[in-house]
Ligand binder design. Structure first.
Ligand code: NAD
Length: 350
């Protein structure tokens, strides 16, 4: 396993390998940057195929959090942790306690949260061993489900993208295809419907599609047909890598803006969108609403402040679009550069 020469290493400040034979803990905590504040990022519990996959995942995700936090304008850096579960290993209180000790050992440089494979109840268990954790159950002072704020961030991003590309302030009559009707997608559909948008939707779970049709008059499409939809805007809210070599040429939309993480399979796919004249709203700028809500738990901010911060995503996205147009550079590259100017100003000046 290579660490410093790992393609995802990118000058991580600190990477901690934590083991505890008694509980069976094997975990990696990655702190990419604390330039803007303590590194925040979820704790993923996963059955990784091997150690290299776990390391690549934690480094990639932790770096991504730095960019997301920088563009969300919250005083935090980026980090992530992965709990590497063995083939038949289950999460236990002992395992989470051991992880809590590893997090505590970082003295607040990393603040954990929920992610794939962990729950608010797990965060409450970790809280017994360290205060550097967020996303606890609501009854224990947590801020609850982050998805509505993520969806609000997507909604204001869509408004901004439509304003920039279609030159209108109104969503009334704008045709939007939403892929994935889970926590984020369904909330987004509601907001879009209330604003008068015309919805086309898909999901692999039929009940989700039925609900969206009943509630919002959405037209349903098969999951593999959604990228071909003849609409104004495509909003990926399900899987990553949905914009890839196979799909990028099929899109018939003017805009791609949605909540899913890692929508571009490769950076080249973002460039291909730009060449085709399709406006891409960089995913980590759009979907930062949930992270803003979690960050607010640490900052002790009131719900009204959280909402204002989430609505502020639109202005930052507007900055990205304008610079992209001025420099004829794809928005995903512009967003990365703007984020880097925030967390690595010295490096850019040097
Ligand atoms: P979710 O699991 O609640 O919803 C995902 C939905 O996508 C499900 O209804 C699922 O059936 C559907 N789906 C899966 N595969 C599909 C396919 N091939 N075609 C169509 N639909 C498919 O997840 P979520 O919390 O709504 O998150 C959605 C996306 O947004 C994820 O990429 C997630 O990483 C990202 N995200 C979520 C949040 C948040 O606050 N929940 C924050 C940031 C980013």
């Amino acid at each position: 396993m290579s660490v410093f020469s790992n393609p995802h290493f990118d000058n991580h400040e600190q990477v901690v390998f934590a083991a505890d034979p008694e509980s069976g803990l094997k975990a990696i905590v990655a702190v990419h940057s604390t330039a803007l504040g303590p590194a925040i990022g979820g704790c993923r519990a996963w059955h990784y195929a091997d150690e290299d996959s776990a390391l690549a995942d934690v480094l990639r995700l932790s770096r991504g959090m730095t960019y997301k936090a920088a563009m969300a304008d919250v005083p935090f850096g980026g980090g992530k942790s992965v709990l590497m579960l063995g083939r038949d290993q289950k999460k236990t209180a002992g395992l989470l306690d051991a992880l809590a000790r590893a997090i505590e050992g970082l003295g607040g440089r990393y603040v954990a949260g929920e992610d794939i494979g962990t729950t608010a109840a797990d965060m409450a268990q970790i809280r017994r061993g360290t205060r550097h954790v967020m996303g606890m159950p609501r009854e224990q002072g947590g801020s609850g489900d982050p998805s509505p704020m993520t969806a609000l961030g997507c909604f204001v991003s869509i408004q901004q993208a439509v304003k920039h590309k279609l030159k209108t302030d109104r969503l009334s009559g704008v045709r939007v295809a939403v892929q994935g009707l889970g926590n984020v997608g369904m909330n987004l559909c509601r907001l879009l419907h209330e604003a008068g948008a015309r919805l086309t939707v898909t999901d692999v779970i039929f009940d989700h599609v039925r609900l969206a049709s009943e509630r919002f008059g959405a037209q349903a499409l098969a999951p593999d047909a959604i990228v071909d939809a003849e609409v104004d805007l495509f909003a990926p809210c399900a899987l990553g890598a949905v914009i890839n070599a196979r799909t990028v040429g099929r899109l018939k939309v003017a805009i791609v803006a949605g909540g899913a993480n890692n929508q571009l399979a490769r950076p080249e796919d973002g460039s291909a969108l730009h060449e085709r004249g399709i406006l891409y709203a960089p995913d980590y700028v759009v979907n930062a609403g949930g992270m803003i809500q979690l960050a607010a738990e640490r900052l002790g901010e009131a719900p009204a402040v959280v909402e204002a911060r989430v609505r502020g995503i639109a202005a930052r996205l507007g900055e990205v679009f304008l610079q992209s147009e001025r420099e004829d550079k794809p928005p995903h590259i512009v967003a990365d550069q703007l984020a880097e100017q925030r967390f690595r100003p010295g490096a850019l000046a040097a």
